[in-house]
Design a protein around this ligand. Structure first.
Ligand SMILES: N[C@@H](CCC(=O)N[C@@H](CS)C(=O)NCC(=O)O)C(=O)O
Length: 210
């Protein structure tokens, strides 16, 4: 059965489309144009009460009944558990995957998003720009140190943690990070970006780029 993906062409939206490509589940994209306020549509709020994309509806949820899921961390875990893919089964590796997924959800996303916000203002707000661009660099440093000894964020297995982080790293020019300064991130970035499912899932909604 086909999963409905309600999304827009942003890093968070791309996490869901890349995951759906990676687990090879059929899906249909429905555009929720957040620049036109479509995320406040009452029908969308029924499946995503925090008025944020993306959200999915799986007609074949638990016990075969439909289920909706919002928040990308929950979407990645749901799809990983449904398919048995990209969540390590070994308990320690699973903890690592969850740690780095939560690290993305709490930092390597919200902070980069704030950097985008301040960098995109017509009137400069140096305090905000400096604070979040600096924090973005700090987070890339954390990631670089992790990837110095580990092929992937969760260790030696590609996981939902990598799928969560890559679409944000893909926007590195926008948050003014030179990825070449982080040699381990650069290696990881090249490896993830060469995956066919990532290349297919990234240009969501026909290649709109936000
Ligand atoms: N924590 C949420 C964040 C989702 C999010 O921030 N989505 C943005 C686009 S990247 C959005 O829908 N913004 C619409 C709005 O702020 O009204 C998740 O991971 O799903």
């Amino acid at each position: 059965m086909t999963i409905d993906l309600y999304t827009w062409a942003t890093p968070n939206g791309r996490k869901a489309s890349v995951m759906l490509e990676e687990v090879s589940l059929p899906y249909t994209e429905h555009a929720i144009n957040i620049s036109k306020g479509e995320q406040f549509d009452p029908d969308f709020l029924k499946i995503s009460p925090n008025n944020r994309i993306p959200a999915i509806v799986d007609p074949d949820g638990p016990e075969g009944d439909p289920i909706s899921v919002f928040e990308t961390g929950a979407i990645l875990i749901y799809l990983g558990e449904k398919t048995g893919k990209f969540i390590p089964t070994d308990a320690r590796k699973r903890v690592a995957a969850m740690e780095w997924l939560m690290w993305q959800m709490g930092g390597f996303g919200p902070m980069l998003g704030q950097a985008h916000h301040f960098l995109g203002l017509d009137t400069e707000v140096p305090y905000g720009t400096e604070r979040y661009v600096k924090e973005s660099h700090r987070l890339y440093g954390v990631m670089d140190r992790r990837l110095a000894d580990n092929e992937y964020l969760a260790g030696n297995e590609y996981s939902i943690a990598d799928i969560a982080c890559y679409p944000w790293a893909h926007r590195h020019p926008r948050h003014k990070v030179d990825i070449a300064q982080f040699e381990n991130v650069k290696r990881w970035y090249g490896a993830i970006g060469s995956r066919p499912a990532v290349q297919k899932g990234l240009p969501t909604l026909g290649g709109i780029n936000m």
